[in-house]
Design a binder for this molecule. Sequence first.
Ligand code: GLP
Length: 233
Amino acid sequence: MKIIIVENAAVGSHKAYNLLVQGLQTQARVLGLATGSTPILLYQEMAQSKLDFSHITTINLDEYLGLGPNNPQSYHYFMKQHLFQFKSFSKNYLPNGLAPDINQELQRYDQVIADHPIAIQILGIGQNGHIGFNEPGTSFHSQTHCVTLSSSTRDANARFFPNKQAVPQKAISMGLFSIMQSQRIILMAWGKDKAEAVSQMINGPVTEKCPASILQKHPHTTVILDSAAAAKL
Ligand code: GLP
């Protein structure tokens, strides 16, 4: 893991943007994208750039079960709001939270990932060490799966909903095995609430109790932290 510590999220997001641009210059064609507050400044910079993404395919990590693209809390909506309304891509893939047959949807998404190997995967990290929606205890061998969200994740994400009760109980997430297949990973974390998870990810044991710790085994992961998120290293 390469660790970069910067003063704030704006500087860190710019570093991530530069890494992305370098990757695109070296033929990266498939981007793995994350949602949450962490990548917002990166997406803003991508949206405001002159970069042409029309030959780039994107594959998102996850989606809430039961939320459709027009629901403002869905990750489809988030991506449209922060990036896709500003930039056209060859194709944008996200899990379908309204799929009538969930098992079929999980298989479809695994096929999407198999057909489009991810060159650069953008990640945030949950306060409990989750990546995507792979909660503590998720198998390191997991592919796309249906997840029951932990109470702490629902607490953390309640800020995007009217109240905690409105946060869906379940989500579809790309699995840890699939994330590890990405050629390159850029994980960002901002703020003191992430300090413990970041410390476990980098210096803790590689254990399914901290899903992000699997990244210690990934050959090309760059972790970009602000000083608050790096405080426990
Ligand atoms: C969410 C998402 C993750 C994200 C994480 C952190 O639940 N599923 O992809 O990285 O939690 O969110 P935030 O960036 O808002 O802190």
